[in-house]
Design a protein around this ligand. Structure first.
Ligand SMILES: [Zn+2]
Length: 474
């Protein structure tokens, strides 16, 4: 049988605003003791009035613009009712029929190097629930997270493999970080993902879409890929056997590496949505879209294109540099002063050997220091090998390249009489190679150059060594 996998994602993004979505409570739940960042609003006490967080709305619009969505002219919040111990009000303020953003898309490059355009259904804003902590004898509730602004991004069901789902999540994370709206760390729950997955099969010469199964609780990129791959295989095997797929929600057991049934979804839950009466609807002209657009940073895809087209970098290098905004900015600073290819090579391959290399206090390599070092390589004053040693010194003592080179006597030796002295020593010790070279064996010259470089600990200028060796021996 021929099958096709169809995946849709529902992604929740915690926004890193100062305060919560509908009250003034501090939004840094992770660092606080349980139930210390709460007030009558987020505890759902009677008689309180929620006030929407402007920053959270602006960031949702900003994300919508970055993902090519249509920004709604009018929008509103709605109450979504359900009963759960971590939801103090017994309803969640969310958005039903008028989300802030509709449509949009994100382009990803899959492993076959194809560009895939994944369309979005909508982006809306809501509040997060608290956290339940299950212990041996009790279940405890921490409401610090109740009321954290939560942006929900929903894709159309058109992702075609578990691997594409993972790549989509990774690209989305990078964009959210470039936009500075979320820390977007999956392991810490800033970025969470539920997936709908179904398998279509050909019946009567037509693709027939199967019953979707929802998978919850995937909190790493690897888990997204593994859980979906497991589920894809499970569904295909059931279809092979002629069995039916049950519409249900399944959890992922990472230890066992399998999904398990959580609850049947035969009956759609009725959330009894109705407009939030305490927050008047919005007209999005109230938010300065022009200013949000103006402040939009250059996004990873645009940067990658510019690095390849304008700076001549390899696509692979451009991809690595744009994984992290800070790394991209650091690279750009260095690349204005030295060859972009040299800058890329050092930022990608050498700096990671010396952590922390980009920011923070101790052991930091300032971009100015790296620029100076690379300029010395470009001018031929030090070799790449010596530059690596200088870099290691820089990390430990924070001095700049020229200071270290002077102190350690690492500068290149270009003084001809000094080099001639060493050439004569080397010639005496390697008579055979000298004879070979005289007979025209080119490899012999390479060997002799190598010996001179070794004696000078790599400090002799190779071009001068070459020139002088030729002159002296012939
Ligand atoms: Zn509060």
């Amino acid at each position: 049988m021929e099958y096709k996998t169809i995946i849709g994602l529902e992604i929740h993004v915690q926004l890193k605003t100062q305060s919560k979505m509908f009250c003034g409570c501090n939004n840094k739940a992770e660092e606080a003791k349980p139930n210390t960042l709460v007030c009558p609003v987020c505890l759902g006490l009677p008689g309180v009035l929620p006030v929407a967080n402007r920053q959270a709305i602006e960031w949702t619009l900003k994300t919508g613009l970055a993902l090519n969505s249509k920004i709604a002219e009018k929008s509103k919040f709605d109450r979504k009712h359900y009963f759960y111990p971590d939801l103090p009000k017994n309803y969640q303020i969310s958005q039903f029929d008028l989300p802030f953003c509709t449509g949009g898309y994100l382009e990803i490059r899959n492993k076959k190097e194809e560009i895939r355009k994944i369309n979005l259904t909508r982006i809306h804003l809501e509040e997060d629930a608290g956290k339940l902590i299950h212990t041996e004898n009790a279940t405890l509730v921490d409401l610090n997270r109740a009321g954290t602004p939560l942006m929900e991004i929903v894709t159309n069901p058109e992702i075609s493999s578990p691997q594409e789902a993972k790549i989509f999540m990774q690209e989305l994370r990078t964009i959210l970080r470039f936009l500075s709206v979320s820390d977007a760390n999956m392991e810490s729950g800033h970025l969470r993902c539920d997936a709908n997955i179904s398998v279509a099969e050909i019946r009567n010469e037509k693709w027939e879409i199967g019953i979707p199964v929802e998978i919850k609780n995937m909190n790493s990129f690897k888990m997204v890929e593994r859980a979906l791959a497991y589920e894809e295989k499970r569904q295909r095997q059931l279809l092979e056997k002629g069995e039916k797929i049950v519409k249900e929600t399944r959890g992922w057991n990472d230890g066992k590496g399998e999904t398990y049934s959580q609850r049947s979804k035969e009956y759609a839950q009725d959330y009894r949505y109705f407009p939030e009466p305490d927050i008047p609807p919005f007209e999005t002209v109230e938010f300065n879209l022009a200013k949000i657009k103006e402040e939009m940073p250059e996004l990873p895809a645009e940067k990658r294109k510019r690095y390849i087209d304008d700076l001549g970098l390899a696509p692979q290098d451009a991809a690595v540099l744009t994984l992290d905004k800070q790394m991209a900015e650091y690279f750009e600073e260095v690349a204005t002063k030295v060859s972009p290819k040299l800058a890329a090579n050092w930022v990608i391959n050498e700096l990671p050997n010396h952590k922390p290399h980009l920011s923070g206090e101790g052991g930091q390599i300032k971009s100015g220091n790296l620029i100076e070092l690379l300029q010395l390589i470009e001018k031929g004053e030090i070799s790449g090998k010596i530059a690596k040693n200088v870099l290691a010194e820089m990390v430990t003592n924070g001095k700049n390249a020229s200071e270290i080179i002077k102190e350690k006597g690492l500068g290149q030796v270009s003084n001809e009489s000094e080099i001639i002295k060493i050439i004569d020593e080397v010639s005496k010790e390697n008579q055979k190679s000298v004879e070979d070279f005289k007979k025209g064996k080119k490899e012999a010259l390479g060997f002799l150059v190598g010996q001179v470089m070794k004696k000078t600990q790599g400090k002799a200028n190779p071009q001068i060594v070459n020139k002088l060796l030729n002159e002296r021996i012939k």
